[in-house]
Design a protein around this ligand. Structure first.
Ligand SMILES: Nc1ncnc2c1ncn2[C@@H]1O[C@H](COP(=O)(O)OP(=O)(O)O)[C@@H](O)[C@H]1O
Ligand SMILES: [Mg+2]
Length: 377
């Protein structure tokens, strides 16, 4: 039988054997939930927030004590869309459990009754709500929370890509949510987000309604030794070997950033036949191959940028972690026109998330793009 590649690079969760470490973070999340603390989970993109949530929700502690719901707000652009997602996530659990449970739901969530319809094929009552049927989003939000609170089993709700609500046209979504969250007596929340700046603003800014209301949990790179063990074990299990040098090269190059390490290990694992050893030359080839795979994508991406943005992107890629970016020295070194040109190009790239900022250091968010730029220019 074909052995599946154990280095998962999609968003799906395949079980604890494919999930490396995160033991402390798992315990922290479980402790927060067990002790009635809401969590705000922050990291850069592709570090493993969604994976951690799936991992925790999959564990016995949650499975046997809670009802866990998870919504990804990334594709939403209004409070109504958030409500639609939440309502679907909750009612999705009612499948094959008869109509009574749905009736109970709509007994509390009265405002969403228009979603209660007869399926023309089966003749059964089903919940098929559309956006236009959400007439008063704040009322629906309140009722959904009342429903969750009415459950005998306490609920946990993860809202992923939470920073998305900053894009909603309604300006009071945070206040509305905060009011509902505060009323909950046995429903706990995990708010996860990638946009560090936005998440920190939402949760650490005294003028925002969520200020100090959650326990923050920052996700950094997985520990080197643990990641090495995990990787070598998966190679060994398939009768393959992974040289430490080779892993170290990948881990150092991507500073342990999860998805990138996974992506390279996935490739290397596929290249190594049982009985073979993954070594440095193989690793360099795999790296070149992976970068080439995305070259066309990157080429097209940067061809859409104005010259100053492209130049700045190349400059940041060359620096790796760029400091004092708006200084005269930086401009001179990278042949940029002026600090003000850099400033305005930087603002756009940063707002779009193409460039990330930690403290006063800038880097290119997509680490493969960064390497490709260094190779190409
Ligand atoms: N602890 C882990 N062990 C192995 N793979 C992981 C781990 N955490 C995340 N991943 C993988 O890394 C990739 C990025 O993780 P994800 O949770 O989607 O990141 P985020 O939600 O922070 O953007 C996914 O392909 C996921 O399967
Ligand atoms: Mg995610």
């Amino acid at each position: 039988m074909l052995q599946p590649n154990p280095f998962i690079i999609t968003a799906d969760y395949y079980g604890p054997e494919y999930f490396c470490d995160r033991e402390i973070e798992t315990k922290t999340l479980e402790n927060n939930i067990a002790n009635g603390r809401n969590t705000v989970l922050i990291s850069s993109r592709r570090m493993g927030k969604s994976g951690l949530i799936s991992h925790v929700f999959n564990r016995n502690f949650i499975q046997s004590n809670f009802k866990a719901f998870s919504i990804d707000l990334y594709p939403t652009s209004s409070l109504s869309e958030m409500i639609l997602l939440l309502a679907k996530e909750i009612t999705g659990r009612f499948k094959n459990r008869g109509e009574r449970i749905l009736e109970e739901f709509l007994g509390i969530v009265k405002s969403l009754r228009p979603g209660f319809k007869v399926d023309p094929v089966t003749g059964q009552l089903v919940f098929d709500l559309s956006l236009g049927e959400i007439v008063s989003p704040p009322d629906s939000l309140e009722e959904l929370f009342q429903y969750l609170e009415s459950s005998e089993t306490p609920c946990v709700i993860a809202m992923d890509e939470f920073q998305q609500i900053a894009e909603y046209p309604e300006h009071n979504v945070l206040e509305l949510l905060r009011t509902q969250v505060q009323k909950c007596k046995h429903t706990w929340f995990i708010f996860a987000g990638s946009d560090r700046r936005m998440m920190e603003k939402l949760f650490n800014n005294p003028s925002e309604p969520f200020y100090m209301s959650c326990s923050p949990l920052f996700l950094d790179a997985i520990d080197y030794d643990k990641y090495l063990d995990f990787s070598q074990k998966h190679f060994n299990d398939a009768g393959k070997r992974l040289e430490e040098d080779c892993f170290k090269r990948v881990y150092d190059l991507f500073e342990g950033h999860t998805w990138y390490v996974q992506r390279l290990m996935n490739e290397l694992y596929a290249w190594t036949k049982p009985g073979e050893v993954a070594d440095m030359p193989m690793m360099e080839n795999a790296l070149t191959f992976v970068i080439k795979t995305y070259a066309r994508t990157f080429q097209e991406q940067i061809s859409t940028y104005p010259e100053a943005q492209k130049q700045l992107l190349i400059a940041i890629a060359k620096e790796g972690n760029a400091e004092l970016i708006t200084s005269v020295a930086f401009c001179k070194k990278h042949a940029m026109k002026s600090p003000s040109t850099v400033q305005s190009a930087l603002r756009v790239l940063h707002d779009k998330g193409i460039v990330s900022k930690i403290d006063n250091t800038y880097s290119i968010t997509n680490r493969l793009l960064s390497i490709w730029l260094r190779m190409e220019y």
